[in-house]
Design a protein around this ligand. Structure first.
Ligand code: TXA
Ligand code: MG
Length: 348
């Protein structure tokens, strides 16, 4: 299959391209599209065969359900007929935006999209190009991240092309995603209680402005039990080289990274560094990717996947990374970094 990539800079002027992308979805094709979090791999979410193509293109396990992407609140009603008052409030406050709601599903949503669950995950992205595309598609668009299964999610069209070339009909290039980590997935577990299944762009503190009680899925807290979001149990976000991450004060991270570097060099390894500017300046090693200022969770969110993918090109044997405290947006960032590092995150 030949993959066509087109760059959208003006939605009005280029509406014909977006119309074509929408038609491609209705005809059962696959279209990669930008969102404010990461790039999505789109197919008609109400078409069983089209949804199956997503699993094939990604190499995704069939029990890992898809998020359905909609242009607005009405889109959610197309796929769920039981939207609780709390879910209503969350949509009103955070849509369009990086919040995905798990809702009871309507029967029009195929089993393959929900992995056989009786719920469906719904999201309305805060991205003009994406929403114009969804409007032209006229159907809810199933949209997991546009990476091959287990790999870091793409936050640029070039990264999406790398994994999806030859596997999709079209890629809509809308520039770099401005958040950089995926949406927060929540379920309303009581009239005034929200459970976070996957941390993301909407923080627990923000959710607490709407819900009296905000809890984390026990799997996120203890790492034990079965996660409520099936995808959370799989290996994910992993670059080719193993990752070791450190979190702490500037000085503590500098010392920990230098010690780990000395050991790795002694073992003959080429090392890549994914660090804040402050720490990188002190470590002063080659193969360094700087993600921003020490402690800046938004900057790390924005650059994390690009940084991990950068080292695939550099062909290093080990990546030494610097994290941030797991609060606010840092909760989502550290959830991803911990996965990428196979759990090798050390507080120093
Ligand atoms: O920001 C995002 O959410 C991005 C962009 C592209 O929209 N999408 C995304 O999709 O991250 P994906 O497929 O990579 O992750 C979806 C997660 C998986 O962990 C999946 O198991 C979970 O959502 N999920 C989907 N449907 C669910 C459901 N009904 N109940 C619980 N978890 C569900
Ligand atoms: Mg994903």
């Amino acid at each position: 299959m030949k993959t066509e990539l087109f760059k959208i800079t003006d939605i009005e002027q280029q509406q014909e391209l977006l119309r074509q992308a929408g038609a491609c979805i209705r005809q059962g094709g696959l279209v990669v599209f930008p969102t404010e979090t990461v790039y999505g791999l789109g197919a008609n979410g109400l078409d069983e065969t089209a949804c199956r193509r997503i699993f094939e293109a990604k190499g995704r396990p069939s029990d890992n359900p898809l998020i359905l992407t909609v242009a607005d609140r009405q889109g959610a009603e197309q796929i769920s007929d039981r939207i609780s008052p709390l879910a209503e409030k969350l949509m009103a406050r955070f849509w369009p935006g990086p919040l995905t709601l798990v809702l009871p599903r309507r029967s029009c949503v195929p089993d393959v999209a929900t992995g056989g669950l009786d719920t469906v995950a719904v999201r309305c992205p805060d991205h003009d190009i994406c929403r114009a595309f969804l409007q032209y598609a006229q159907v809810p668009v199933a949209g997991p991240s546009a990476n091959l299964s287990t790999r870091p999610s793409p936050t640029t069209a070039a990264e999406a092309l790398h994994d999806m070339d030859g596997r999709v009909q079209m890629i809509i290039d809308g520039g770099a995603c401005h958040i950089g980590v995926e949406s927060t997935i929540v379920e309303c577990t009581a009239a005034d209680e929200v459970t976070i299944l996957r941390p993301g762009g909407i923080t627990p503190e923000m959710l607490a402005e709407v819900a009296a009680k905000v809890v984390l899925d026990t799997h996120l807290v203890s790492g034990k039990g079965v996660p409520k979001a099936p995808g959370m149990k799989y290996r994910h976000y992993a670059p080719e080289a193993p990752v070791q991450a450190f979190v702490g004060s500037e000085q503590a991270v500098i010392e920990a990274v230098q010690t780990a570097y000395t050991e790795a060099k002694a073992a003959g390894k080429t090392v890549g560094f994914l660090l804040s500017r402050e720490v990188a300046t002190q470590v002063g090693a080659p193969h360094t990717f700087i993600w921003g200022h020490h402690g800046d969770a938004a900057a790390l969110a924005n650059k994390l996947y690009t940084g991990l993918l950068f080292f695939d090109k550099e062909r290093v044997d080990l990546i030494l990374a610097e994290g941030v405290q797991a609060v606010g947006l840092g909760l989502a960032v550290m959830n991803r970094l911990k996965k990428a590092a196979g759990g090798h995150v050390q507080a120093v």
